[in-house]
Design a protein around this ligand. Structure first.
Ligand SMILES: Cc1cc2nc3c(=O)[nH]c(=O)nc-3n(C[C@H](O)[C@H](O)[C@H](O)COP(=O)(O)O)c2cc1C
Length: 200
């Protein structure tokens, strides 16, 4: 096998991803920022935005969002997605293809209840991706919710929760000198991963 596989990576891409993420956490400012790409089937066009990677669960990547947002609607129609991590200081990139499903309500509750109150309120008041007249209207929603839940825990809105992203393809990229970059593609085949070195 290519000796760089042994140096940079191992046979299991989920393990390698976790190792790279642990490395990134030591040096990157915002290692958890990942670009999530979905497809808008109505217009047959790609769509991307940043979300925060919130750790692995049973070999799947987790993130949280509003279930009525544009991304969630796109995922309802077509659960194929791609996530991308770019770690500037580490000179590394990881591209992952996968399929997305909703997390259980109990797991979403667990995460939501552990968030700070301001974040909980922000999720509670936002009809994410819907228009709003102005910032004052938004701030009024926030202060109303703040009042409403002054003495109680902010409840997780039913339209807010987690997604699980199940990977079936990884590409690990490391910048090399003179643009001779190293790229390794892992494709899932039954229970194995087929590894291929790609040209830069
Ligand atoms: C650094 C960063 C982190 C973000 N994290 C999240 C996140 O974890 N969940 C989320 O719903 N939106 C997050 N956002 C906002 C999204 O990029 C996006 O604007 C929002 O989710 C609406 O996307 P949509 O209209 O495609 O659904 C983040 C934005 C940035 C810049």
């Amino acid at each position: 096998m290519d000796n760089l596989i042994n140096y940079f990576l191992n046979k299991d891409p989920v393990g390698s991803f976790q190792e790279w993420y642990a490395d990134a956490k030591k040096v990157e400012q915002n290692p958890e920022a990942m670009t999530l790409s979905t497809v808008d089937l109505n217009n047959n066009r790609p769509d991307s935005r940043t979300v925060l990677f919130k750790g692995m669960k049973d070999g799947q990547l987790t993130f949280y969002t509003n279930y009525h947002s544009v991304k969630a609607k796109e995922l309802d129609e077509n659960n194929e997605a791609c996530v991308l991590f770019y770690w500037h200081v580490s000179k590394r990139q990881v591209r992952i293809q996968g399929r997305v499903t909703k997390m259980t309500a109990a797991d979403s509750d667990k995460y939501f209840n552990g968030r700070d109150r301001q974040s909980q309120l922000a999720s509670y008041i936002s009809n994410q991706s819907s228009p709003i007249a102005d910032k004052d209207t938004l701030m009024k929603k926030l202060s109303d919710a703040d009042q409403k839940f002054q003495d109680t825990q902010v409840p997780r809105p039913g339209n807010w929760g987690g997604f699980l992203f199940e990977p079936y393809e990884f590409e690990f990229f490391v910048y090399g000198d003179y643009r001779i970059n190293d790229r390794f593609l892992y494709k899932k085949s039954h229970n194995d991963w087929i590894i291929t070195r790609l040209q830069p």
